[in-house]
Write a protein that binds this ligand. Structure first.
Ligand SMILES: [Zn+2]
Length: 386
């Protein structure tokens, strides 16, 4: 297998140093596939191409280990579609240390969440489709990718400049727009594994080694997965309005997911291999590799984003997190205990925090002390089997 390593230029630091990230590219071992004569076709689209990035939030390092394990595994597979891997994708965030901790969730210059900096393409997709509907599906997909890339270039090169963080994000986004499958590897603070999947593509969740899936609406909120799939969902809608459907299983040409690979500030190479195998199972299903890789045999559950609820600390204090992440919890059972030691001797020195509904706690705040109102837990409610 041919792995090329290059460097992605993401901007310049005040000192004049280039801000760069490593980039691995695996070219397919075969030219685009051809269907046999008996099936009547000459040329079908090549195997899907893939873009995988990790560590856009500075403390969420486990995705780098997953990319490492994926590279090692791919050495023994026949790769049919181009795969681009961008670990350490946000060097500014990764290097933003304070004492023992990596801050890295918000751009220190603007305060904006690094995963809300992506570009919302504002051009009229319906009009674009009407002007290009005469194209074959393969040509249409290629032309639309070029249009999205051009839109990123316009933003990067506009006369008024753009912020440091937005430049980094749009540069990554431009890479993502070249691909048919986009995976953004994150983690929660203290978290069990979960996946964000767009509603039209939720069936893909049964391939990854991830027990919980958040089914998200087809709307742009600034994150990479949405930046990658929303324009394509709009394109599919515009085509559908003219009576045309794309041939992919989901009806949308591009797939994009955010994988939340447990907790931040954690590298676990054995666990990373399990997640790399889950990614391989999905890539195998999509025909990116020639070999069959079966998904892990495990139960998988989901909930809609509207049922993914935040619990804010009702009061301040020191926190004992009691509920186990990824384990169903009955209504009224304690999620956490808040300790107010200065109230020693009073009944309210210890307060138990619970919810009035059944839930599955997915993640909790990383620190053991909270202000009143801190986002203490995020839980899934109205959970269903996928
Ligand atoms: Zn993240």
């Amino acid at each position: 297998m041919n792995i090329q390593q290059t460097s992605l230029h993401l901007g310049e630091l005040a000192t004049g140093h280039a801000l760069t990230a490593p980039l691995f590219c695996i070219e397919p071992s075969k030219e685009p596939r051809f269907v046999p004569e008996t099936q009547g076709g000459v040329d079908v689209s090549p195997a899907p191409s893939v873009y995988i990035q990790a560590n856009v939030h500075g403390a969420e390092v486990q995705g780098n280990a997953v990319i490492y394990q994926l590279l090692k595994l791919l050495e023994s597979y026949q790769v049919l579609g181009k795969i681009v891997l961008a670990p350490l994708a946000n060097p500014l965030g990764i290097n933003q240390k304070s004492g023992e901790f990596t801050l890295g969730r918000f751009d220190p210059i603007t305060g904006v969440n690094w995963n809300r900096e992506y570009l919302d393409h504002q051009f009229d997709i319906e009009a674009w489709y009407l002007a290009h509907q005469h194209l074959s599906e393969v040509e249409l997909i290629s032309a639309f990718k070029a249009r999205l890339t051009e839109s990123c270039d316009e933003r990067l090169n506009n006369s008024w400049g753009i912020s440091t963080g937005h430049r980094l994000a749009v540069t990554l986004q431009k890479m993502a727009h070249q691909a048919d499958i986009v995976l953004d590897l994150h983690t929660g603070p203290k978290s069990c594994k979960h996946l964000y999947a767009p509603e039209y593509d939720k069936q893909a969740a049964r391939f990854f080694s991830i027990p919980y899936t958040l089914v998200i609406p087809n709307e742009f909120g600034g994150a990479m997965d949405e930046a990658a799939f929303c324009p394509w969902w709009c394109l599919a809608e515009a085509a559908k309005a003219q009576g045309r459907e794309f041939s992919s299983d989901s009806g949308v040409a591009i797939s994009a997911f955010t994988l939340e690979l447990a907790s931040q500030e954690r590298i676990d190479l054995a666990d990373a291999k399990q997640d790399a195998l889950g990614i391989l199972a999905y890539l195998s299903h999509r025909g990116v590799i020639a070999e069959k890789v079966a998904p892990a045999d495990m139960p998988r559950f989901g909930c809609y984003l509207k049922d993914y609820r935040k619990l804010h600390a009702p009061q301040s204090g020191m926190v004992e997190y009691c509920a186990e992440l990824g384990q169903p919890l009955a209504a009224g059972e304690p999620l956490a205990q808040l300790l107010r030691v200065e109230r020693y001797g009073r009944e309210d020195a210890l307060t138990s925090v619970s919810l009035p509904v059944d839930c599955v706690p997915i993640l909790h705040f990383a620190s053991a002390s909270v202000h009143q109102g801190t986002e203490l837990y995020k839980v899934m409610t109205n959970v269903f089997e996928l």
